[in-house]
Design a protein around this ligand. Sequence first.
Ligand code: GUN
Ligand code: FE
Length: 433
Amino acid sequence: HLRAYRASLLHFHADPAFAEHAYCWHEDGLLLVDGDKIHAAGDYAQLAPLLAEGTNVVDYRGKLIMPGFIDTHLHFPQTDMIASPAPGLLPWLETYTFPTERQFADPAHGREVAEFFLDELLRCGTTTAMVYCTVHKESVDAFFEASEARGLRMVAGKILMDRNCPDFLADTAEGGARDSEDLIKKWHKHGRSLYAITPRFAPTSTDTQLRLAGELAQAYPDTFIQTHVSENPDECRWVQSLFPASRSYLDVYDSVGLLRQRTMLGHCIWFDERDFARMAESGAAVAVCPTSNLFLGSGLFDFEGADAASVTLSLASDVGAGTSFSMFHTMNEAYKVARMKGSYLPAARMFYLATLGAARSMRLEGSIGNFTPGLEADFIVVDLQATPLLARRSAECNNLEELLFALALLGDDRAIGATYSGGRLVHQRAGMT
Ligand code: GUN
Ligand code: FE
């Protein structure tokens, strides 16, 4: 049973014969969806004649349909503390983060926040995310229950944290590993849910906890791993003093087997050449978190160093240290960070990193990320007329790169007219038909 959507179509070629971020563009396009899967994407003139008589075509002409955004690092329990003032990462964790996360011992609170958080992601056009829950097992149940109720492809996990944190948030090495394994059995590949083994960061885990996390990662090789690394100079010095035998911060994770495919490392700012080389070699990917890194004053990501080593990158909001759920805002600040370091990010690359590039960084390109037939039908309808300025500016664009660049720099949640997940409408902006 096909549904059809007419609009301009944008996605990225999966075929390795094309350059990594080569646009696939159909000015007058048609997207065909069969149940929850992509059936075809192409020119309207070519595909329309193949439609059965009487097939309803949803008319989104003048708008742009593209794959839903993928945000590879954010914290759902930090929704209510976004934009909390603190002079840097460690004071911010002490003052706001730990007290806020304490509230998730209450499952009812977790459910309520998860609902708001997911609706906010969908309002911003994000259909897949890699999500930190809290140390509480219940927070993971709350999150996946809410995400499965919406039919979303989501990755999440329970934070592991057995030292250097308030007692009310501490687990133990063995208890944390046991809870994680229970949650893997309960949620990993249940519906569209996927589990991520989630040590918070090296300072809040003992060697034993990290080692057990590494063993779990080996026992369940298709799960994800997510953590923070080399975010802030004070944090890096702290790690050096806690793990004097490690060559680098990254090496703390490497030495316990936490670097592999499907490892997603947030920040990676204070890396040297060997760290970047090791990332590339291990298949681990970077979640670049520009709004967070600017907000906390953590540092500027080194795109040139990462590219020189061919490290796989993706973009992430890192809410609540990040200041927006919007991947447009994330692109905007990633662009400026790159400029400050003498690098340049074309719009094509930014949109690639937020869609197919992210899917590849998670080894999920067989499920999501572009409009290859058979992939899951997660897509967004972008409205370039959403604001007076965006409408006026986009009318002046001479080519697709200019148009997408203006959208990346000027866009926000208002530009997301509608969001579809698994072929179902899960968000529609007021006034959109
Ligand atoms: N490092 C350890 N925990 C956190 C967190 O919650 N947010 C950020 N940005 N960095 C961290
Ligand atoms: Fe984070």
